[in-house]
Unconditional design. Structure first.
Lengths: 215, 215
DNA sequence: GGGTGTGAACGGATTCACAGCA
DNA sequence: TGCTGTGAATCCGTTCACACCC
């Protein structure tokens, strides 16, 4: 019902709104929020329309209520747990990034094949052996998997997570996962992102050069 | 001229094609490639059309030539260099991910404020103090910046990179950077990605449940 | 026959533009 | 007056469908 793009923006709105609230701001206009997001005011209004939250003409949106409204949509009524597989640098980065920040969504367990990491706590999160994946996922009521293992192992790990009953995966391995479409998959591909930046950076350079010579 | 989405896919095509080449595969049909990408054949053909590379009816595309053709577009004729700012777990993850993998695009220098990291080599990459950013960027002919610092410092780092003359930024900090539009910016937002997965994972669960009860 | 290349149709997301309201 | 909510228009990416070629 609500589109992927809209959900992404709602997540960003919420983050910005929380900052504003912390600064004591009580209300905000659509075009102010748009400016902060590099978007257009109409888009902001349409997103909130989908949310079902209404603002007030001339005084805008109430920051606190808007945050609540977005949270009603984005957060699960019951706690959602995530499992992280792979405790290399990337896994550790993810762990420290998410450690203890959200109440409604937390990484509850980590998994790795390295015996030196297993049965220890990293950034406040216990690391288990891969064999324990299914039981731990079930016991801790985990329904999201985060994959931070090398490309070769990603497909296997993804399948194991699915068998354990997970319903969403955030994948950092540079592979297109083949999974039943009962699970939602989002892949963050660092290589692709860097190549994209490299390409468009070059375009900007030549555009700049062109503009200079055109004058 | 060529869209962002298309560039993303070209990057993925190339990776898959390189694997195929390594396996000794000489040619491939549009619908085979589409299947590997979870896309449609028409899309693949259209992407290659934009590239200006033509296949042959009934025998498809020559793998080696196609890779060359994509590389002509994506890779810079002269080497492109990148600078990484922030050597926390995320920075190290990025460094090890990209270390020595590409000839046309490499991370040439890293920067951090921590004196324990400065003037040492990490994953084959020298770490400099932040003060050296501008001179090193200029000397090493770097035109891409990768930001892997905490949110609070990201804007400042981004501005410093711009002043040093960079033309593209890959940003991992959860902030919308405000920069002149002469630089291309792509932000990879882990928090947003995870929240998105969490949301759609929930939707899948209820969809599954609905399907079960509907029968 | 079974591919490719591509104009045309489609669909979803964004933006415009304006009615309605404080 | 200056904002919000929203139908209508527009834009852009994707997909269809078919002419053309091996």
């Amino acid at each position: 019902m609500i589109s992927e793009k809209t959900v992404e923006r709602l997540s960003l709105y919420r983050r910005i709104l929380c900052q504003l609230r912390a600064e004591g701001r009580e209300s905000i206009l659509s075009h102010e929020l748009a400016a902060l997001l590099h978007g257009k005011a109409a888009q902001v209004r349409r997103d909130f329309m989908q949310l079902g939250y209404s603002g007030v003409p001339n005084s805008g949106y109430n920051v606190r209520r808007l945050i609540e409204s977005i949270s009603d949509l984005l957060d699960s009524p019951r706690m959602q747990g995530a499992a992280l597989v792979g405790l290399g640098h990337l896994g550790l980065a993810i762990l420290s990034h998410f450690s203890g920040r959200w109440r409604q969504l937390a990484i509850r367990a980590a998994f790795d094949t390295d015996p030196a990491k297993v049965n220890r706590t990293h950034h406040g999160c216990r690391c288990y052996a891969m064999d324990d994946l299914a039981p731990v996922v079930r016991e801790q009521n985990i329904d999201i998997g985060v994959i931070a293992v090398p490309a070769e192992q990603a497909q296997g790990v993804a399948e194991a997570l699915c068998r354990a009953g997970i319903s969403g995966i955030l994948n950092f391995a540079p592979v297109r996962l083949r999974l039943p479409d009962t699970v939602y998959v989002d892949t963050v591909d660092l290589t692709m992102s860097l190549e994209k930046v490299a390409y468009f950076a070059r375009q900007r350079v030549s555009a700049r050069h062109q503009a200079n010579t055109a004058v």
